[in-house]
Design a protein around this ligand. Structure first.
Ligand code: PLP
Length: 430
């Protein structure tokens, strides 16, 4: 595979951009090698600056439910740009998308648009704190909610000890307000609540986690979480930045039939443009400025280009709900193919899949939380990733990410992926 243009660009990029990338996981640090610079996306394919073509399973980390550059989103953008790029005033497309979101996700009675998933989760927590007049939050080990300071916290040495910042620059004060529970373990939540009585403003969770690899929450666990939050007057936040409009039309909350108090969205909601949103119960959302005292704002929030792309994506979903059956068929076909390959390779590695999100863990144990996920053999995954890449399949460059299948993946793409998966497994396991 010729990569000289990518290599040159990467060397140049490193002079001007930290690590040569604008988001760390793109740098291939955990899999080895240099990042590939992409020039164009088309359906299920990425084409790089050296002319290599890849079957893409990153999907821009989730937004591309319909593959790259679908004509209906492109047309909506071209039409919108005729009127300008941003007004900084209210505009009709903001009303249209807000209405559509409340139709597709019934727990969302009111919604505020922002520009990223990070902004959405950060603002939802602020709303919850303002609403409950309490300060602490509970998050789960292995869940990612963007890079706001108070999310970059991991568990201390004991279940009830203070959390520790996972990044320099995050203060001990932030760590003191974020408590860490174990995913799928309701007892760990109960212990934290009883040790911090009447101090917890919110519990935030990825109901289908995608940031420790794909891990699905147990329905019973989520039901208990819902009940505890109601009893303790804690705001339950489902972070559906990844799972929203992905695992089902109405997201994970539709799949589990559980209504959170607030939800956060990103990725698909912007149709490939930088968009996030948070919304939920009217009584909580009314606390946001200018109606209420909780400040939240954004120069480009709800800008007409982003709203046009997002509206096109969500309208397509609303009008074509059968795409979720198609995605399920394609994704289960891929899963079965990889399972058969594992069997013939003599390995019992775990595959977790929820709809069109899938992770192959290089780990023979069941993976249902962070502790089991990190038992995966990341060195072996790194080798496997590079074998797949040189054979034309672009996976997320980390063991702890989800592969995204899109409606644009053709049967021939899936067959080629399964074939390449077998060759790559054989190569790394020999
Ligand atoms: C579940 C979840 N929440 C929040 C975020 C942060 O979103 P963004 O990268 O748009 O800030 C992500 C990003 O991957 C995510 O997966």
């Amino acid at each position: 595979m010729l990569t000289s243009k990518s290599e040159n660009l990467f060397n140049e990029a490193k002079n001007y951009i930290p690590g040569g990338v604008n988001s760390p996981v793109r740098a291939f640090k955990s899999v080895g090698g240099n990042p590939i610079f992409i020039q164009r996306g088309e359906g299920s394919k990425l084409i790089d600056v050296d002319g290599n073509k890849f079957i893409d399973y990153i999907g821009s980390w989730g937004p591309h439910l319909f593959g790259h550059n679908p004509s209906f989103i492109k047309e909506a953008l071209l039409k919108a740009i005729e009127n300008g790029t941003s007004f900084g005033t209210p505009s009709e497309p903001e009303v249209s998308i807000a209405k559509l979101i409340t139709e597709i996700v019934p727990s969302v009675e009111m919604v505020r648009m922002v520009n990223s998933g990070t902004e959405a989760t950060m603002s939802a927590v602020r709303a919850a704190r303002g609403f409950t007049k309490k300060e602490k939050i509970i998050k789960f080990e292995g869940c990612y909610h963007g890079h706001a300071d108070f999310f970059l916290i991991k568990a201390g040495s004991g279940a009830l000890t203070l959390g520790i910042p996972t990044s320099p620059g995050v203060t001990k004060g932030n760590a003191a307000d974020t408590l860490i529970a174990d995913y799928n373990d309701i007892e760990s939540v109960k212990k934290l609540i009883s040790a911090n009585k009447n101090q917890i403003a919110a519990i935030i969770i990825e109901p289908v986690a995608g940031n420790m690899g794909v891990v699905k929450a147990n329905k019973e666990f989520l039901n208990e979480l819902r009940n505890i939050c109601s009893e303790e007057k804690i705001v339950l936040i489902f972070d559906e930045v990844m799972s929203g409009f992905r695992v089902a039309k109405g997201g994970a909350q539709e799949l589990f039939d559980i209504k959170p108090d607030l939800s956060t969205f990103g990725k698909i909601i912007g149709g490939g443009l930088p968009v996030g949103a948070f919304g939920g119960k009217k009584e909580i959302m009314e606390i946001i400025a200018p109606n209420g005292p909780v400040y939240q704002a954004g120069t480009l929030s709800g800008n007409p280009l982003a709203m046009a792309a997002g509206y096109a994506a969500l309208s397509y979903i609303k009008n074509n709900p059968e795409i979720y059956n198609t995605l399920e068929d394609k994704s289960s076909y891929l899963e079965k193919g990889i399972k058969d390959n594992l069997k013939s390779s003599g390995k019992n590695f775990t595959i977790n899949r929820v709809g069109s999100m899938l992770t192959l863990f290089f780990n023979e144990e069941e993976v249902n939380d962070f502790k089991t996920a990190v038992k995966s053999d990341t060195d072996l995954f790194g080798k496997y990733f590079n074998e797949m890449l040189t054979r034309g399949v672009y996976l997320p460059p980390s063991q702890f990410e989800a592969l995204f299948v899109s409606t644009a993946h053709l049967k021939e793409d899936l067959d080629k992926t399964i074939e390449v998966n077998l060759e790559s497994l054989k190569s790394v396991l020999k």
